[in-house]
Design a protein around this ligand. Structure first.
Ligand code: MD6
Ligand code: FE
Length: 217
């Protein structure tokens, strides 16, 4: 609960902004839930710790990852895929908290995608120096389902490209509490995150956490 309205004044507009056709930025959409999300992430990673996955090409990713929900995204020498169990523990991924699914559904609806019911939440942790190279999200079964991405902690620069890796990219700063929803014509656009700069965030210290909600199956 907010007790002092003064501290809840947005410094930037909370009007939804279209980034490209099919991709909407919802500035500050997750701000009211930020502490709850962070507490839940801390609990999830005690059961399914952050780890640096290997790419199929044999590189170690600089972003550390975990998951919650019925399916978790994993990568290793065999490829990218969704798994019902954490390969580290052999146990099912921690349950997706109801507050996560509710937030993701509400964000999707605010961007025009009704009835989004995620079954996978990838949790990305960036420390300064970590980045995510341009990629497409194409391991999900139904590309008609949108993706909802929640940013927490240090600001990052998100890159939105086109449908070809060589297309020009647009840079969008993502701040603590921002949510991006994308689907439709944007669903298979290349995207990435530039190298995280050092800094201190009041709630998360020297980290950025990203929650990416998807319908995997
Ligand atoms: C990140 N996000 O923001 C990485 N993918 O840390 C993604 O790769 C991503 O934010 C698909 C849709 C939204 C995303
Ligand atoms: Fe992605």
């Amino acid at each position: 609960m907010q007790t002092l309205a003064l501290f809840d004044e947005p410094e930037v507009s909370r009007e939804p902004k279209q980034i490209v056709d099919g991709a909407m930025l919802l500035p500050g959409f997750a701000l009211g839930l930020d502490r709850e999300l962070i507490t839940a992430v801390e609990r999830i990673i005690t059961a399914a710790p952050f780890r640096h996955l290997q790419t199929p090409g044999g590189q170690t990713m600089s972003v550390a990852m975990s998951n919650c929900g019925a399916y978790g995204w994993v990568s290793d020498r065999r490829g990218y895929r969704y798994e019902a169990c954490d390969p580290l523990s052999g146990q099912p991924w921690p349950e997706m908290p109801a507050s996560f699914a509710t937030l993701a559904g509400a964000a999707a609806a605010a961007a025009g995608f009704d009835d989004f019911a995620p079954d996978a939440c990838l949790i990305n942790r960036y420390l300064p120096g970590a980045k995510m190279s341009l990629h497409q999200d194409r391991d999900e079964r139904d590309f008609a389902e949108p993706i909802v991405s929640v940013s927490l902690g240090l600001p990052a620069v998100f890159q939105f490209g086109g449908l070809s890796r060589k297309d020009v990219v647009q840079c969008v700063p993502l701040m603590h509490g921002d949510v991006v929803v994308w689907g439709g014509a944007a669903r298979l656009r290349f995207h990435g995150v530039l190298t995280l700069k050092a800094g201190q965030h009041a709630l998360l210290g020297e980290r950025r956490i990203n929650l990416t909600f998807r319908r995997a199956r």
